[in-house]
Structure formats: structure tokens, C-alpha cells
Design a binder for this molecule. Structure first.
Ligand SMILES: [Zn+2]
Ligand SMILES: [Zn+2]
Length: 214
């Protein structure tokens, strides 16, 4: 599995282009703008982009979906709870203030325990609500893409519509810190660093109360 991290857009989202090295089949996780840069990379690496996967439905993480779907005919994938939530008029109105392009509707809805396969690789969907109701992390040992749930030295905000700090901490403690400590954390923003590990976050993340699990 090859991982290309690219920080894009006004809100500096970490987008990930992940491909199977044998077949060139690929997914883009959280295309957050600067579509041309992502498209150029995929084309010059001769990747076949199958899925555009949203770790959650916030506009900064899905605003590239429209452009990349056009370029690659890739399917948009999201957790069912965020798809429901983000297509409600009051939620759309709240987020339209950001002025980012809207995502087309998802083609595929996923749930906890589902696998998204591309070439000989696959990512497991771990439902990690709290930052948003349908937030997911994507796991393929030793890699975990944590979106805005867990950052290097930080955790996601919970003051957006549908956020819950109780759910967020529970998701992190019971679903992420229980992964092997050597698991590489690839966050949705690079606020505290562009990469971490589950072990480092369990030991040192000040938002997790110093209580290490797993
Ligand atoms: Zn977010
Ligand atoms: Zn974000």
C-alpha cells in the first residue's frame, strides 16, 4: 500500500491518495480542494481512482468530491449517519457559510466493520462518531486514517452540529487507542504534526486525560 499525503485547501486538510502498488487501483481520502494537484498526482502515477472516501461529511473534507468524481468516475463513499445528517437543510445552511463547493450525493454508504477494497488492498471502516455523527476512521495495519477524530496531540472539535464530546472521547478510547501502539495515525489536519502513532497519542495526548488504553 502506498500513501501520498497532501495538505490542500483553505482549511489545510490532509488528503490522502492511497494505492495498491500491484494494480495501481487507488482511493482518495478526504479530497479537500486543489483538485488539480490531486488529479495531476494520480495521472502522473497512472492510478485508477475507484473511491473518494469521506472520513466525515464536513465541507472541507468533501469539497473536492465533485471535481474528482468528474475526472475519474470514482464513487463517493461516506458513513450513512453523515449522509443523512449533512443533507438536512438546516445543516447545509450552517455549512454553506464556508462557501466551499458542495459534494454530490454519496454513491455508497458504509457502516462499522465494512471493508473498502481496491486492487489487493482494503480499508476497514471503524465508526468513530463525536466530531460528527458519521465520522469514520479507516484502518489497514499498520495504518489508520483518523480524519478529524484524532490529531497528533489533539482531538476534533465537537461544537459543530451533531458533535458530541462524550461520543468523541469514547470513540477514541474504545476504537482507536485499542489498536496496536505501533499503528501510524494519519490525521485529517496537521495541527500538531502530519503523523503520529497510537502509542504516542495514548501516552501524550493532553485531551485524553493521560489514561492510556491498549
Ligand atoms: Zn471536520
Ligand atoms: Zn476538518
Amino acid at each position: 500500500m502506498h500513501i501520498q499525503q497532501m495538505t490542500v485547501g483553505m482549511l489545510q486538510v490532509c488528503s490522502y491518495i492511497v494505492n495498491c502498488e500491484e494494480t495501481g487501483e487507488a482511493v482518495v481520502i478526504d479530497p479537500g480542494g486543489e483538485d488539480d494537484r490531486i488529479i495531476d498526482y494520480c495521472e502522473s502515477s497512472r492510478l485508477k481512482v475507484r473511491y473518494l472516501i469521506a472520513t466525515h461529511g464536513h465541507p472541507d473534507h468533501v469539497c473536492g468530491n465533485g471535481g474528482l468524481q468528474k475526472a475519474f468516475s470514482a464513487k463517493i463513499v461516506m458513513h450513512a449517519a453523515d449522509a443523512d445528517f449533512f443533507w438536512q437543510p438546516q445543516t447545509r445552511e450552517y455549512f454553506s457559510m464556508l462557501g466551499l463547493p458542495e459534494s454530490p450525493e454519496p454513491d455508497l454508504l458504509v457502516n462499522d466493520g465494512d471493508f473498502i477494497a481496491f486492487g489487493r488492498e482494503r480499508l476497514e471502516v471503524i465508526h468513530t462518531p463525536g466530531h460528527s455523527p458519521g465520522g469514520i476512521s479507516l484502518y489497514s495495519a499498520p495504518h489508520c486514517f483518523t480524519g478529524d477524530t484524532l490529531f497528533a496531540g489533539g482531538v476534533g472539535r465537537t461544537d459543530f452540529p451533531g458533535g458530541s464530546s462524550r461520543d468523541l472521547l469514547q470513540s477514541i478510547r474504545t476504537r482507536l487507542l485499542t489498536l496496536p501502539p505501533e499503528t501510524i495515525v494519519w490525521p485529517g489536519h496537521g495541527y500538531g504534526g502530519l503523523q503520529s502513532t497510537i502509542g504516542e497519542e495514548a501516552r501524550g495526548n493532553p485531551f485524553l486525560g493521560g489514561r492510556a488504553i491498549g
